[in-house]
Design a protein around this ligand. Structure first.
Ligand code: 13P
Ligand code: SF4
Length: 305
């Protein structure tokens, strides 16, 4: 079967079987085209709880599918590619953080949403890159143990100077490997471009940005701006998407290294096979994990809403 017929078959099957397909904005265009909704990890989980469909296919990485399951435990949630995990989400185990907490008993544990469901069960509140500053400001506690991303944590600490932070050595291996020197070179090559950066980048890159924000903040800014050129400091899919959506503007990826292999693991054939009843991974979480992790996500919605 060629790509076009696979695409048509997917559209037919998802309607026939009442399946909702969600895609993270870092997915390939072929995947976002067959999705019912594309967005950042927070928007996806909210969309999942709003859909009437009993089955959700999450084209993204494991922690995103787990978040959907935690918020909608009655739904069948299928991760499109069982090998798609976020390396950052798997950097710190529950046992490791339990031990660290013993040394910082009066700190609130703030977990980036890029964490496992199991780890979320011992954290006080979740944040996304879009909501982290607001939520940390709103937490009554003035001592914050921020996990796992020390780059996002540094960015939040800079924006909430009135609080004390303990950061650990975690972070995104994709955003985190871009250096301050690479950012300087990109800016020299494109002196008229606005520099938009994800806070998962190292502080030496973030310090040079005109705008720092989540995937959605970067997309919205670039679309609405009167400016004509942009250097995009996040996963390459966002540069490609923006170039397609705004052909009259120019988008330069900060680096060709900004490719997340886990986000590219899902293919159209994977989605087709899942709809035929084969492949993917049905997300199963113990009831206790769902209840405890949900408290951490509910707190995020309460403090960030
Ligand atoms: P968002 O929370 O913006 O979807 O980003 C997730 C992510 O993995 C960024 O690298
Ligand atoms: Fe995880 Fe980084 Fe990939 Fe995002 S880009 S899913 S944080 S490894």
């Amino acid at each position: 079967m060629d790509t076009l017929s696979i695409r048509d078959e997917i559209l037919r099957l998802k309607k026939e079987k009442d399946v909702c397909i969600l895609a993270h904005s870092y997915q390939a265009k072929a995947i976002t085209e067959i999705a019912d909704f594309t967005g950042d990890s927070y928007q996806l989980s909210v969309m999942a709880s709003k859909t009437d469909a009993k089955t959700v296919i999450m084209c993204g990485v494991r922690f995103m599918a787990e978040t959907v399951k935690i918020l909608s435990p009655e739904k069948t949630v299928i991760l499109s590619s069982p090998i798609a995990g976020c390396p950052m989400a798997e950097q710190m185990s529950k046992e490791y953080i339990e031990n660290i907490k013993k040394s910082y008993p009066d700190y609130a544990v703030v977990a980036y949403i890029n964490t496992t469901a199991e780890l979320k069960t011992i954290c006080d509140v979740c944040v996304t890159s879009a909501s982290a500053v607001k939520i940390v400001k709103n937490i009554p506690n003035d001592k914050i143990l921020f996990i796992p991303d020390c780059n996002l944590g540094s960015y939040v600490a800079k924006n909430v100077p009135e609080k004390t932070f303990k950061l650990l050595h975690g972070g995104c291996p994709i955003h985190g490997k871009i250096t301050g020197e690479e950012a300087r070179v990109a800016k020299r090559l494109h002196p008229d471009a606005k520099f938009l950066v994800h806070p998962e980048c190292v502080p030496q890159v973030v310090a040079q940005a005109d705008v720092v924000g989540s995937t959605t903040v970067i997309i919205d800014y670039a679309k609405q701006s009167e400016e004509k050129e942009f250097i995009i400091g996040t996963e390459i899919a966002i540069s490609e998407y923006l170039q397609f959506e705004c052909p009259e503007k120019k988008f330069y990826p900060l680096s060709s290294k900004l490719i997340c292999p886990d986000m590219k693991a899902t293919t159209l054939v994977d989605v087709y096979n899942i709809l035929k009843g084969d492949g993917g991974e049905v997300i199963e979480l113990p009831e206790e994990t769902i209840v405890k992790a949900r408290a951490c996500i509910d707190k995020m919605i309460e403090l960030g809403g």
